[in-house]
Ligand binder design. Structure first.
Ligand SMILES: *Cc1c(COP(=O)(O)O)cnc(C)c1O
Length: 370
């Protein structure tokens, strides 16, 4: 019997569940011809701000732009330092450089790959302006400790919530836990557009107003350009699709959580893989289901074994930030960031998306003993 492949993500399966609604929403944009900052953008911004439990949402061109522009909105630039975790998607660190500031890498916790609050203070200098905690894999960072340190030192806290749509921290949504938060709507994120997209959410109406200018060629009013900036707007078509998908986000996240529980029950018993338990008070968005290969199991061997059984595995991410060529000039040895280096060497991701079937989950688990 030939079995089909279990992919890491299956965007076509999700599209099939919302096709009619999404196509109707797109058709409406065509009828209005309001392709740029049309009504659907404002509608989505209001709906997503309400969902996150904040006052403002500003749609932009990508999660990368959301991070970079929010730093600019807080006047963070040349001469400033921003603390970022050494284990994250590279856009977190690049945003700091693109704003003209300097990223300062801080190690992550051994148990969950999240920014380690106990290492932040040693990295703070007179030039530090902000901290960017990342809710990596959908797990909320330890915001209480991070906000306390930030308050003591007068720092801005910008959540990188690109993987954490709908995740909660002591009952509050990621995106409402710092001064501002950046989201990505890259298609495979928990809430994904049909292309690139992103947003900044915040209760800070001054920052939001500045962001509306920054995303639009530095312009509040046609032909008047107040400051140098590029164009980075959330396209109306994507906003219309995102409004459709937002209605299903909680249901999809719940499905992800049910799949994660099946995985957890299986991996908790095993000694050859390291599994992460959820932190008390936190509800992960289960963006990615990430394990570590331990007890001398070679990661590539595990991934190859899964492949042979028709199961795709991923690595998020194979390099910590200091190991990337773009940051080679920092000359940071792995010993300086041991936990991030270890996560990069050992982590791998299993298929995780709402539409996974019970049969597919069993195929994934069976592949571990094949
Ligand atoms: C996806 C992602 C980004 C960047 O978002 P884009 O929309 O792809 O630019 C930033 N940070 C993290 C943690 C991400 O996962």
């Amino acid at each position: 019997m030939s079995q089909s492949r279990v992919p890491l993500v299956d965007l076509a399966a999700q599209y099939a569940t919302i096709r009619e609604e999404a196509e109707a929403a797109i058709a409406e944009v065509h009828r209005s011809s309001g392709y740029i900052l049309g009504r659907a953008v404002e509608e989505f911004e209001q709906a997503f701000a309400a969902y996150c439990g904040v006052k403002e949402c500003v749609g932009v061109g990508s999660g990368s732009d959301a991070l970079h522009l929010v730093l600019r909105a807080y006047d963070i630039g040349p001469g400033d330092e921003v603390i970022v975790p050494a284990m994250t998607f590279v856009a977190t660190a690049f945003a700091v450089n693109l704003a003209g500031a300097t990223p300062v890498l801080v190690d992550v916790r051994a148990e969950d790959a999240l920014l380690d609050p106990s290492r932040i203070e040693a990295a703070i200098t007179s030039q530090t302006r902000a901290i960017i905690p990342v809710h990596l894999y959908g797990r909320p960072a330890n915001m209480q400790a991070i906000n306390d340190i930030a308050a003591q030192h007068g720092l801005v806290v910008i959540e990188d919530a690109a993987q954490a749509h709908g995740a909660t921290y002591h009952g509050r949504r990621c995106g409402s836990l710092g001064h501002a938060a950046a989201f990505s709507f890259y298609p495979s994120k928990n809430l994904g557009a049909f292309g690139d997209g992103g947003a900044v959410v915040t209760n800070d109406s001054t920052a939001a107003a500045r962001l509306r200018t920054l995303r639009n060629c530095g312009s509040k009013r046609k032909y008047f350009h107040d400051e140098v900036s590029s164009n980075s707007r959330l396209d109306t078509i994507h906003a219309a699709v995102l409004s459709v998908k937002l209605k299903y986000l909680d249901r999809w996240n719940e499905q992800r959580r049910q799949h994660a529980e099946v995985y957890d029950r299986f991996f908790r018993e095993r000694i050859d893989v390291g599994m992460v338990e959820e932190t008390a008070g936190c509800v992960s968005s289960q963006h990615l289901y990430v394990l570590r290969s331990i007890a001398c199991r070679d990661r590539q061997q595990v991934i190859d074994q899964l492949k042979r059984s028709g199961v795709d595995a991923g690595i998020h991410y194979p390099f910590a930030i200091h190991q990337l060529d773009a940051y080679r000039h920092l000359n940071l040895p792995d010993e300086a960031l041991p936990q991030a280096s270890r996560w990069a060497a050992e982590c791998f991701s299993l298929p995780m998306y709402p539409e996974l079937t019970a049969q597919q989950l069993q195929q994934v688990l069976a592949a571990f003993d094949s």
